[in-house]
Design a protein around this ligand. Sequence first.
Ligand SMILES: [Zn+2]
Length: 284
Amino acid sequence: MAITNNPNKAKGIEARWRKEINERWRNFSAAIKNIPLKSVVSNVTQSEQQEIDQYMNQFLILSTSLLLSGNGAWQNKFQLSAYSRAVKRTNKQFNSMIPETEVARSLITQDGFNLNAIDDHRNESAFLLNRSREALQKWIAALNSEARTILFNNIGVLTIPEINALIKERISVSKSRAKVISTTETAQASQRGVIVQTAVIGAAFKDSVNVRWITMDDSKVRHLHASWHGKIFTQKQANKNLTISPWNCRCGLVPVIKNRTPARVEAKFTKERKLLLAQESNKV
Ligand SMILES: [Zn+2]
């Protein structure tokens, strides 16, 4: 059952990513406390507007340097390590499935691994890095705009501690969004690394090669993904599955070679799938 315990084997990467989020958001929250903000009376006058602009200039500088730093490229290392790990794991699994003599073996026994050496990997990983960067930029832009709105609407109406509490609330929303990115993109890097490497090997291999969908096999698995548990998909189908409700998905993929899995293994997956789906239907 070990395989369904942590299908992506990337819990450590996700934990390090989250740790960095905690540090960055903690430093940011501490830094913005030093931006001066005076209480001013009713309505936004010229001087109050100046106060808002000065505060927001600092807020923007701090959020850009501490939360985004390099447009969110700090996230890359986690994604790339999840992706490379998935490719290496796929190679290992193929290694145990493909006999010494078969042609695709040379692909999986090469030393080391360089993402840029293979077009498909380079394109896929570039797509993933861009997506998480854009998602983070979007949430930080939202944070900046919400902070400005809070100041504009509430200076002269609420006390400074009340205003700070509202801004703090928005900061924690942006932090939880960053965490959703970390969970989802760690899983996606792992899943897509497996799919692409399976396709790369499949292209050089005469047998039909696919991927098997593995859930965490617990009560938190969503119904749709439970219905895929243990099933075998082509690269195209698996990619499509990954675009449907990917948020917080914890599922993983493993390569399979057609007609080389013992019947008892298929039976085990079918049984697990039935149990998972039965659990689902019992939910209120
Ligand atoms: Zn899932």
